[in-house]
Design a protein around this ligand. Structure first.
Ligand code: BEZ
Length: 221
C-alpha cells in the first residue's frame, strides 16, 4: 500500500504536544513545516538529533519553516526529556524551541507509515523510525525521507533540501548533486531553449556531451 505521496495534502491531524493540543494545519498557518519523528525519548541518537535541531532552529525560522517532532512517548516524557536535550546543548536554561507530538497510541505513526519493525520496546511494539516530512504552505507533501531507528539524520542536509524545495517552488529549475545556495542550478528539461532564454536573464550555458543532446543546461538563479 503506498502511503502519503508527494503532492498529497498532508493530513490535518489533531494531536497532544508539549505545547498543548494542535490541529496540524492551524499549527502550520501559512508557513512551510517540517515534521520529524524519532524512535524514543531518553535514547542516545535521538538526543543528539533533537539537540542539533534545537541548535539550528533559527535556520529553519529564517526559512519560514515551522518545526515539530514526534515519537510514541507521552507529553510528560517529552517535557522531561526536552530538559536533557537542552542540557546536552549546554543550554539548560532554554526551552526546546519546537513542540514534540505525543503519539503514545501510535495512531499517527501507523497512519503516516512511521514505524520501524526492526526496533521494538520491551512489550514488543515497534518504535517510530526517523521520518522526515516537509510540507509546503499549500499543506501538500513536498518531501519525505525515512531512516531506520539506528541511523541518525543530518540536519544540515535537511536545511539544504529545504533551500532546494523553496527555490524550485519559485523558479523552473532543479538543483544538481551536492548543490548549495549560490551554486548554479539546472534548467528543467521541459523548458524549450526559447523559454529558458526568456526566463533566465543571467543566461543559460549548455554542457556538450557525446550524444549531442542539449540537456545539461545551467543557469544562475
Ligand atoms: C537511539 O536514539 O539511540 C536509538 C533509538 C532506538 C533504536 C536505536 C537507537
Amino acid at each position: 500500500m503506498p502511503g502519503l505521496l508527494l503532492g498529497d495534502e498532508f493530513p490535518n491531524f489533531e494531536a497532544d504536544t508539549t505545547v498543548g493540543r494542535i490541529k496540524f494545519h492551524d499549527f502550520l498557518g501559512n508557513s512551510w513545516g517540517i515534521l520529524f519523528s524519532h524512535p524514543r525519548d531518553f535514547t542516545p541518537v535521538c538526543t543528539t538529533e533533537l539537540a542539533c535541531a534545537a541548535r539550528i532552529s533559527n535556520e529553519f525560522k529564517k526559512r519560514g519553516v515551522k518545526m515539530i517532532a514526534l515519537s510514541i512517548d507521552s507529553v510528560e516524557d517529552h517535557r522531561n526529556w526536552s530538559k536533557d536535550v537542552m542540557a546536552f546543548n549546554s543550554d539548560a536554561e532554554s526551552a526546546l524551541p519546537f513542540p514534540i507530538i505525543a503519539d503514545d497510541k501510535r495512531e499517527l505513526s501507523v497512519q503516516l507509515g512511521m514505524l520501524d519493525p526492526d526496533e521494538r520496546d520491551k512489550d514488543g511494539l515497534p518504535l517510530t523510525a526517523r521520518c522526515v516530512f516537509v510540507v509546503g504552505p499549500d499543506k501538500k507533501l513536498k518531501l519525505s525521507i525515512l531512516y531506520p531507528a539506528t541511523t541518525g539524520r543530518n540536519f544540515d542536509e535537511l536545511l539544504r533540501v529545504i533551500d532546494s524545495l523553496q527555490l524550485t517552488a519559485q523558479k523552473k529549475v532543479a538543483t544538481p548533486v551536492d548543490w548549495k545556495p549560490g551554486d548554479k542550478v539546472m534548467v528543467i528539461p521541459s523548458l524549450s531553449e526559447a523559454e529558458a532564454a526568456a526566463l533566465f536573464p543571467n543566461g543559460v550555458t549548455t554542457k556538450e556531451v557525446p550524444s549531442g543532446k542539449k540537456y545539461l543546461r545551467y543557469t544562475q538563479p
